[in-house]
Design a protein around this ligand. Structure first.
Ligand code: EPZ
Length: 420
């Protein structure tokens, strides 16, 4: 029987919350462990559903993963990679499984991975991933729901990404790490998670330069060795709690965070009327002023993150005035709008733009998560709404948030999770 979350809104969040390691850094770094024929030990790895799924993918390829949820440590033995086919059902379940194709191809000369499922937030093609692998010398065959890639030793090349795709940048970077010669990725993604992956590859003895800029240079090598590595904090989890403080008119301190990774959100929350103070590893945020309407446009990093678009929309539904949110990264990331409307939000969609007419109150209602960030946004809306909100389809939330209910309870929220 699946669970639901029940919230009695109206309590301002107060207190301190510790942020977990970043899901979107863990997943590519776990895939990159395939590049070395040894053992890696990863720290600050959160016990998320997506981490468990990636462990299953690696185990199916012959790696041996051992995760300690108490220590939040993950060991991955990769000496015996025997299988080059990632299980269809797992790749369908989690798009990020597709990140094994680059390292697997570089390590074994072959990789067979099912076409990643589209999901609630758009068609999500992989053309840029395949453009990069082909440029490095791979033969790519698409058929029967699978991508089959074969190559001798990959050769470094200059590759231009038509869009600064995070996943394509990461797949190409991993494949290039064992290629012969130098690869340059132009118009690369600049996300902090891309930088974390580069730092991990370098910790294994690789040579990746320029990560965090739009031009990344990878000098291929023949062998990578074992490494111990701690992933960066999850800026999206941190941002979710910061919006929680803003929407409830509370005051919280977020710990284990890199403020520089959240500069676009901090700027927007200040425009909304929040007080935000940054310290090393900490962010203090409070809101006592009325919520001001602001315009938001999601962009690749360092622009406003698409993963915080739905939480921001929940906040702006309670603003004084009309806000405009433009989603430029994904072609269908407004699935949460219908659910927010059920709570009284006044939102009009025109293509990639949402026009939000702020109002005094939202009202508790039964709502459904449609992707993990939308699920979080509905929880945030419930924290501020009048009356009771019930959120279902929590498997979306469990993919990217560890103990969200417990952490919000500790901040004073009247929230509980129980069987439906
Ligand atoms: C990563 O997805 C994140 N996932 C997403 O987080 C995040 O929303 C996204 O980057 C953007 O920041 C992980 O890191 C595991 P993209 P990814 O390739 O790599 C188009 C979450 O909530 N595109 O940068 O799939 C694509 O259609 C998740 O944690 C192509 O056209 O994102 C999309 O419109 C959701 N061709 C845009 O680029 C390609 O070959 C951004 O996609 C690849 C992508």
């Amino acid at each position: 029987m699946s669970d639901i979350i029940t919230i009695e809104g109206g309590v301002p969040l107060k207190g301190r919350v510790r942020i977990e390691g970043a899901k979107n850094a863990c997943l590519p770094i776990m895939a990159a462990s395939l590049l070395c024929e040894d053992r890696v030990t990863l720290s600050d790895i959160p016990a998320l559903e997506d981490v468990r799924t990636m462990c299953k993918v690696l185990d199916a390829l012959g790696a041996r993963t051992a995760y300690d949820p108490e220590q939040k440590k993950l060991q991955i033995e990769t000496a015996a990679i025997i299988e080059t086919k990632a299980p269809y059902d797992l790749v369908r379940k989690m798009r990020a499984s597709f990140l094994v194709i680059g390292p697997l191809l570089a390590r074994t000369g072959r990789a067979r991975v099912s076409l990643p499922g589209g999901c609630a937030i758009g068609i999500r093609p992989i053309d840029l991933h395949l453009k990069g692998l082909k440029a490095l010398g791979a033969e790519v065959i698409i058929g029967h729901g699978y991508i089959e890639t074969v190559a001798g030793r990959l050769r470094g090349e200059r590759i231009y990404l038509d869009f600064p795709s995070v996943g394509a940048t990461e797949n190409i970077m991993m494949a290039a790490a064992l290629a012969e010669g130098t690869t340059v990725i132009e118009n690369a993604a600049e996300e902090p998670e891309v930088v974390d992956l580069a730092n991990f590859i370098n910790a294994m003895g690789g040579r990746v330069l320029g990560a965090g800029t739009d031009t990344i240079r990878i000098e291929g090598t023949t062998k990578l060795t074992c490494a111990d590595y701690t992933v960066i904090p999850d800026r999206i989890e941190a941002g979710t709690f910061m919006v929680g403080a803003a929407i409830t008119g509370g005051e919280i301190t977020v710990e284990n965070v890199i403020p520089a990774h959240l500069s676009s959100l901090i700027a927007k929350l200040k425009e909304v009327g929040c007080r935000v103070e940054e310290e090393a590893g900490l962010i203090h945020i409070s809101r006592r002023e009325p919520i001001r309407a602001v315009d938001v446009k999601t962009m690749p990093y360092p622009g406003f993150p698409t993963d915080l678009q739905s939480p921001m929309m929940a906040l702006l539904a309670l603003a004084k005035g009309t806000s405009i949110i433009t989603e430029t990264v994904f072609d269908n990331r407004f699935m949460h709008v219908d659910e927010l409307r059920r709570m009284g939000a006044l939102i009009k969609i025109e293509g990639p733009t949402a026009v939000i007419a702020g109002r005094e109150k939202l009202f508790g209602a039964p709502v459904r998560a449609t992707d993990l960030r939308a699920g979080a946004a509905l929880v945030l809306a419930g924290l501020a709404a009048q009356g009771k909100t019930e959120v279902s389809a929590l498997y979306h939330i469990d993919r990217g948030y560890w103990r969200l209910t417990e952490k919000l309870q500790a901040l004073g929220a009247r929230i509980k999770r129980h069987p439906a």
